[in-house]
Design a protein around this ligand. Structure first.
Ligand code: UDP
Length: 249
């Protein structure tokens, strides 16, 4: 089987949470310079389908995982199936378990003021051994952005979580990763809110049945407009998905 599936031009790695977190720890141990990890869902893939520049930005990352049941279904439709989803938050948790054993360092960037502090306290308690070496909220002007970049450079974290929402976090990582001195930069959306406990993850029932999107919509009805991309994505994959070439072997 090939190791990536082409979904509307986005080359998603066929890895589960365990494999993705192993890969990230491998990047940290090898220390070969800044790596980037993104976790596209259906909405992000639709954005990439509309914007070829954003599509190449995603494809130039080191690891792209399938965040969302829509992407898993799409892989089956194009007959190059991914066995399960590998959501950003789950990969982050498993990676932190492994990073704790190495005594590795973490920088938290993103979300509203105060959230990264709460997330840092929970992470250091839950994953004893992980050192949170810096935190910044995700609302900035040019001057504050420069200060954030300087702070990350000072901290030189093994792992940097960038939680600005998509596509802002992917663009930010791509523009800055080479100057930050972080070994791995991960764009993981609303995950800091979940680590902080300010937002609850969908209960197991919703994730098990592939309807986490419904839970998020009920909690945050303002997501409705962006969620219209879900049926558009399904339709696009059904009509055009098989025209995108799959890797062989
Ligand atoms: N956010 C931020 N800066 C911004 C816009 C958003 O830090 O300029 C944060 C926001 O506070 C939230 C996260 O980015 O914590 C985005 O969450 P969302 O659930 O929308 O992201 P998704 O996981 O759906 O990509």
């Amino acid at each position: 089987m090939s190791d990536k599936v082409n979904i509307l031009g986005v080359m998603v790695h066929k890895v589960n949470v365990e494999q993705a977190s192993d890969k990230i720890i491998e990047y940290i141990s090898a220390s070969e310079g800044a790596k980037s990890v993104f976790t596209p869902n259906s909405e992000i893939i639709m954005a990439a389908y509309r914007d070829p520049e954003f599509c190449s930005l995603l494809n130039s990352s080191d690891l792209l995982t399938a965040d969302g049941i829509g992407v898993v279904y799409a892989s089956k439709i194009v007959k190059n199936p991914i066995s399960e989803r590998a959501a950003g938050y789950d990969i982050a948790c498993r990676t932190l378990e492994k990073l704790a054993k190495l005594g590795g360092s973490l920088y938290l960037f993103g979300s509203k003021p105060g959230v990264a502090e709460l997330a840092a306290a929970n992470i250091e308690r839950r994953y004893a051994g992980v050192k949170v070496v810096g935190k910044s909220d995700g609302y900035f002007d040019d001057a504050k952005e420069k200060a954030i970049i300087d702070d990350i450079k000072r901290a030189k974290p093994d792992l940097l979580f960038v939680c600005l929402g998509a596509p802002k976090q992917e663009r930010w990582i791509s523009a800055h990763k080479s100057e930050l001195g972080a070994k791995v930069c991960m764009g993981i959306g609303g995950s800091l809110d979940v680590f902080a406990g300010t937002v609850k993850r969908a209960p197991h029932f919703y994730t098990k049945h592939g309807i986490e999107w419904l839970y998020r919509l009920m909690k945050q009805p303002s997501r409705f407009v962006r969620m219209l991309d879900l049926p558009r994505f399904g339709l696009k994959v059904l009509l055009k998905g098989r025209k995108f070439p799959q890797q062989k072997g």
